[in-house]
Design a protein around this ligand. Sequence first.
Ligand SMILES: *Cc1c(COP(=O)(O)O)cnc(C)c1O
Length: 335
Amino acid sequence: MHLARFPRARFAHLPTPLEPLPRLSEALGGGAQFWIKRDDCTGLAGGGNKTRKLEFLLGEALAQGADTLVTQGAVQSNHVRQTAAAAARYGMACEIILEERVQTNAVDYNHSGNVLLDRLMGGQLRNVPAGSDMNAELEKSAEQVRARGGKPYIIPGGGSNTVGALGYVDCAIELVAQANAQGLVIDRIVTATGSAGTHAGLVAGLALVGADIPILGIGVRAPKEAQEANVHKLAVATAEVLGHGERVTREMTVANCDYVGAGYGIADEGVFEALRLAARTDAILLDPVYTGKAMKGLIDLARKGHFKGETVVFLHTGGAQGLSGYASVLEGNLA
Ligand SMILES: *Cc1c(COP(=O)(O)O)cnc(C)c1O
């Protein structure tokens, strides 16, 4: 396994800090020590987990001579914002399809937060209704780019394919090296899991370095069986690209999807509490769609004694740039 063999554009701020969360750990009863891996600080127009994936995706796009990135996501997608940023960095055009997955007419959701930033960075936005065939929409946009003489590079939703997942293989290596250097024994990693690339890359990376650190993915959309199947499949495929698919076993992929609530992008009191607690203990800014839901799960499991005696690293995957898109949802839930 040798990541340097893969084309990669270099723009992420790495390594991201690995820091303790002393006040949050105390607020959750002190039974476990929580740490945080700051992938909200990866750079690139606000950062977040998609930046690591985009280093490998851009590496491939540039190697192919592409001049336009084509991608898709929910209206307040962080992935879309980071892709628009990467396109700007390399002087490429960026064609974006936004799925109206969260049914809302709220002005802030539809125009502020990430949407505002996408437009600021020159992303060309096209909205489609919830449930649209997003792969067909990607192909349609790519065809339009070709028709005008451009060279499109399609990035799937969340940047979650084997190329993007290499970014989280790299994160796994980086995290283990940091822990080794600091003499920190990590008992568990907790992260949000959505389009699966982050979770799958971590599973593959930890398996390939033989770290034996369990990862708990907290689901934000799909039910457990579907989420685990998606993550496992991508983890194996990613490890195969690196030459060692056989090292990833099924039991390495664990997702808890009990904290999704009413659905993707819909926050509830548990999420609001997580946002408030993280902000008011260790000044960590979470988002209501991903990291807030993952933290809601972490808090509940911690209160139930699930992590007793453990050192747990929460992977902060970003998302705070979308917060203003949820101003009207958060208003009234800040007290
Ligand atoms: C995309 C995203 C995730 C989920 O990562 P996947 O690789 O899609 O599973 C988590 N947190 C934030 C803030 C995200 O934008």
